[in-house]
Design a protein around this ligand. Structure first.
Ligand SMILES: Nc1ncnc2c1ncn2[C@@H]1O[C@H](COP(=O)(O)OP(=O)(O)OP(=O)(O)O)[C@@H](O)[C@H]1O
Ligand SMILES: [Mg+2]
Length: 587
């Protein structure tokens, strides 16, 4: 069955095996148990001959005495072997699921940001749930069928040959026809399975969006639209499944019809043989029993291609993810601590290769401990600029230096350990306030450090009114908190990290003026002795920066201190005047 597979499929198949092979001992138990089942089933059929010929026809008492015990023994063996098969294959199947799931998850943790941004979440999620299950089911079913059913078929053939070679000729003609049928069906199965898993991913995508965007759906009346989207992907899923079911059922029916023709041939030949006195009733019954015993295994063998192809289609997309390159992490420089000199030299960057560049020849220099502010219109590239420093993306041209060394020289997690970050879109995890504050490597912070950061970020102000205090759960992405509360937790987290380089991207944009002013004081204390990159639309928050740069369409168009820029009477002054007049307008 494997020989006709194309190289890609064979590779997936071989890799799936690598997940099974380490479990040799359990595998051995499974094989022994399945072989026992095959032999036991055949013994049952073999027992029919002495039962008929010796007991019922020749009235042999000895045989009549032992045959009932033999049947009991056979059923006990069958039960024990059945339990052993189920357990061992189940064990291997669950282990394969865990291993694959962990490998995929590990990959999700290290994939480049750009890959994650350009791929939908739904299919990623369904890989973790649907695909791994499909692979495991496929592996265990294939193993069962290939071992137990194939052995049963072989043993049945052996028994038939032993009972009557002539009758067996009728069966022998059929086997190649059935084999051909199995091969032909395989291709269709794989195609449908690939389509099915795509649609499972789409269903997950639509569902995820409806749940996260439920307020938008409600207020903008997206009910019908979303329902239609779901019906579309769900219908396509149902149709693909039906196609698979149809070809599987057809395959099984055709095998059985072919088999039926064989049965007719055997019965016809048996009549002639028996007339000639060459066939006892016991031999015929035993032969016929062996033939019937082949029916179920053959049926499963016809089906096995559907299961195998589903596993291969699922495995293919899992390995597709596992093979994606990680973030480039070839740097080895891992200093304990850094001073915090940051320099951008002629940095160019675009999100897509064919994109007009988002940053053009940006050069700036921040001496350790200094604060630089970046201002500019929405979409001018401020966030992009900041995200190059922790290497969420790598610059297309130019260099970014930390303490005089290109950021690529640093080991990636070491580089990031020196940088604290409050991003524009706050991300909180579905966990307690405390665990969101002391997240990741901050887990080891002491209680007093956590309290100190919470105090500075004015988190205590709202936590003290909550019944569960720091243990309060913030909900998915922090939905149970207000925007300002979320932002304060993000600031607290950044303060707690206490890294020499600090990036604040609209860190106080959701706060009211009073809270902003108070947090600003805390931040300014913090900024005093570390390198800080502040991005803000509200210019009042950046007035005290050592240097302010104005970004426009990815280029620096002005730079200087607040005072200098006002004197220049350029873009900054215009922006400032506009905000000043807005703020002084009553209301
Ligand atoms: N992940 C991304 N993939 C592709 N393009 C992006 C991505 N993020 C931003 N862009 C594009 O890059 C440009 C600069 O975006 P950026 O987020 O840096 O602007 P910004 O100055 O931070 O704006 P704002 O003040 O609104 O936050 C925009 O044109 C935007 O469409
Ligand atoms: Mg931004």
């Amino acid at each position: 069955m494997v020989s006709n597979l194309n190289p890609r499929v064979r590779e997936v198949y071989a890799r799936l095996w690598r997940y099974v092979l380490p479990h040799k001992l359990i595998g051995l138990i499974a094989v022994v148990a399945m072989a026992t089942t095959a032999v036991v089933e055949l013994s049952m059929v073999a027992l029919v001959k002495p039962l008929m010929d010796d007991t019922l026809v020749a009235h042999n008492l000895d045989t009549a005495r032992w045959i009932p015990f033999a049947f009991v023994a056979v059923f006990v063996c069958r039960g024990v072997a059945g339990v052993a098969t189920e357990w061992s294959l189940g064990w291997i199947g669950r282990k394969v699921i865990s291993d694959l799931r962990r490998d995929v998850f590990r990959k999700f943790l290290t994939l480049p940001s750009r890959f994650i941004e350009t791929h939908s979440t739904g299919p990623m999620l369904s890989r973790m749930t649907y695909n791994v299950e499909m692979v495991a089911e496929s592996v265990t079913t294939v193993v069962t069928v290939m071992v137990r059913d194939l052995l049963t078929v072989i043993a049945a053939i052996g028994l038939m040959l032993y009972q009557s070679e002539r009758l067996f000729l009728f069966v022998a003609v059929l086997l190649p026809i059935i084999a051909l049928l199995i091969l032909l069906l395989g291709k269709a199965f794989r195609r449908y399975s690939g389509h099915i898993q795509d649609t499972v991913g789409e269903v997950a995508q639509v569902t995820d969006e409806v749940l996260t965007g439920n307020r938008v759906v409600k207020i903008f009346g997206g009910y019908d639209y979303e329902m239609e989207r779901l019906i579309e992907v769900d219908d396509s899923n149902r149709k693909q499944n039906l196609k698979l079911i149809r070809s599987r059922a057809m395959g099984v029916a055709m095998t059985q019809i072919i088999f039926g023709v064989g049965v007719a041939g055997v019965v016809y030949a048996a009549g002639i043989e028996s007339l000639n006195g060459n066939l006892s009733p016991g031999t015929f019954m035993s032969f016929f029993g062996a033939m019937m015993l082949m029916l179920q295994p053959l049926r499963r063998i016809t089906n096995i291609n559907a299961v195998l192809q589903r596993g291969i289609a699922a495995g293919d997309s899992l390995f597709g993810i596992i093979d994606e390159p990680d973030e480039v992490n070839s740097g080895t420089h891992s200093p304990e601590s850094i001073r915090g000199d940051v320099e951008f030299r002629y940095v160019c960057f675009g999100y897509n290769d064919d994109d007009s560049t988002v940053l053009k020849d940006v050069s700036l220099n921040i001496a350790a401990g200094r604060t630089i502010a970046i201002v500019g219109h929405s979409g001018s590239g401020k966030t992009t600029l900041a995200s190059l420093l922790p290497r969420f993306y790598d610059a297309d041209a130019g260099e970014i230096l930390l303490d005089g060394r290109p950021v690529q020289d640093y080991e990636l997690s070491n580089l990031r350990s020196h940088i604290s970050f409050v991003s524009q879109d706050i991300v909180l995890f579905n966990d307690s306030i405390e665990n969101n504050l002391a997240y990741g490597q901050l887990r080891h912070c002491s209680r007093s450090q956590i309290l100190q950061a919470a105090e500075a970020a004015h988190i205590i102000d709202f936590v003290k009114d909550m019944p569960n205090g720091f243990e309060t759960n913030v909900g998915d992405r922090g939905v149970l908190l207000s925007g300002g509360q979320r932002q304060r937790i993000a600031i607290g987290r950044a303060l707690l990290k206490n890294a020499p380089v600090l990036i604040l991207d609209e860190a106080t944009s959701s706060l009211d003026t009073k809270s902003e002013r108070r947090i600003q004081e805390a931040l300014e204390q913090l900024m005093a002795d570390r390198t800080t990159l502040v991005i803000a639309h509200r210019l009042s928050t950046v007035e005290n920066a050592d240097q302010i740069i104005v970004l426009d369409q990815g280029s620096i168009i002005e730079s200087g201190t607040h005072k200098e820029l006002l004197e220049t009477k350029g873009h900054y002054e215009a922006l400032y005047k506009m905000q000043f007049s807005n703020e002084s307008t009553p209301g």
